[in-house]
Design a protein around this ligand. Structure first.
Ligand code: MF3
Ligand code: CO
Ligand code: CO
Length: 251
């Protein structure tokens, strides 16, 4: 197994920039999301905004992917491809965006409501956000990776949701995906020791029904097998001496 990279102060500074850009892009997109727009329209805005900031949309060209964002509606878990789908009142949409600037990446996702959504959907969004927060809280020097994973899992389960077990968060840096994998389930105290300078993309994926997923014929879109709602949030974080620093924070 290759090693988990420790970032220098200079590298961390580049990642702060990459993170700030994608965080800002999500904020801008939040204002565009409404019934009647297509997912491709949202993607085109993200692409334009990322480039305006002097960054590259790092998903473009990743394993042949062709868009700046992954846009995943309702039972779509992640990796939904932007297209002519029109957003409807009551939909939820996961917006995942990545950038690269000065050689370093940022990766973040939020699930938004389209107009008024059901209480069930609101609760799923609230819990997934809380699971991410609980995971981040464990991203401290001296903890183990399993502490992050277990914290996420616990929040999901205690609220009656299942956790996607076939997709993971990941290390991030010069590459969008680096070691280690960051599962959303695991045992406290297990896995690699967390050290100052590690940077991770933590990304819980919670389902209202079962945990099973499948990939559609487009080769990308991941959906729940039982067609239940799914929700995704993601932050890129730094394990800093003083505790976790969220590099993709919106204020
Ligand atoms: N952003 C995804 C992640 O969180 C990866 C997307 S890869 C792409 O890891 F090619 F689909 F964009
Ligand atoms: Co992502
Ligand atoms: Co990611």
């Amino acid at each position: 197994m290759a090693k988990i990279k420790i970032k220098s102060a200079v590298e961390v500074e580049q990642m702060r920039q990459a993170g700030a850009i994608v965080a800002w892009v999500l904020q801008q997109l939040a204002q565009e999301i409404k019934p009647g727009i297509t997912t491709l329209y949202l993607d085109s805005i993200a692409d334009k905004l990322i480039r305006e900031k002097g960054a590259l949309p790092v998903f473009v060209g990743y394993r042949g992917y062709r868009h700046a964002t992954c846009l995943s509606v309702n039972e779509q878990v992640v990796h939904g491809i932007p297209g002519q789908r029109v957003l409807q009142v009551g939909d939820i949409i996961g917006v995942d965006v990545g950038s690269k600037i000065n050689g370093y990446c940022g990766d973040t996702a939020v699930t938004f409501a389209v107009g008024e959504i059901s209480k069930k959907a609101q609760q799923l969004i609230r819990t997934t956000k809380e699971a991410l927060r609980a995971g981040i809280k464990q991203a401290r020097v001296g903890n183990h990776l399993g502490d992050i994973s277990a914290a996420i899992y616990r929040v999901a389960k205690s609220n009656g949701y299942s956790v996607v077990e076939d997709l993971y968060g990941h290390g991030i840096g010069a590459d969008l995906h680096e070691e280690p994998l960051v599962p959303n389930f695991g045992q406290p105290g297990e896995g690699p020791l967390l050290k100052e300078g590690m940077t991770l993309a933590i990304e819980p994926m919670l389902n209202e029904g079962g945990s099973k997923i499948k990939t559609l014929a487009d080769g990308w879109t991941v959906v729940t097998q039982d067609k239940g709602l799914s929700c995704h949030f993601e932050h890129t974080i730094l394990i800093a001496g003083l505790g976790p620093e969220i590099l993709t924070k919106t204020n």
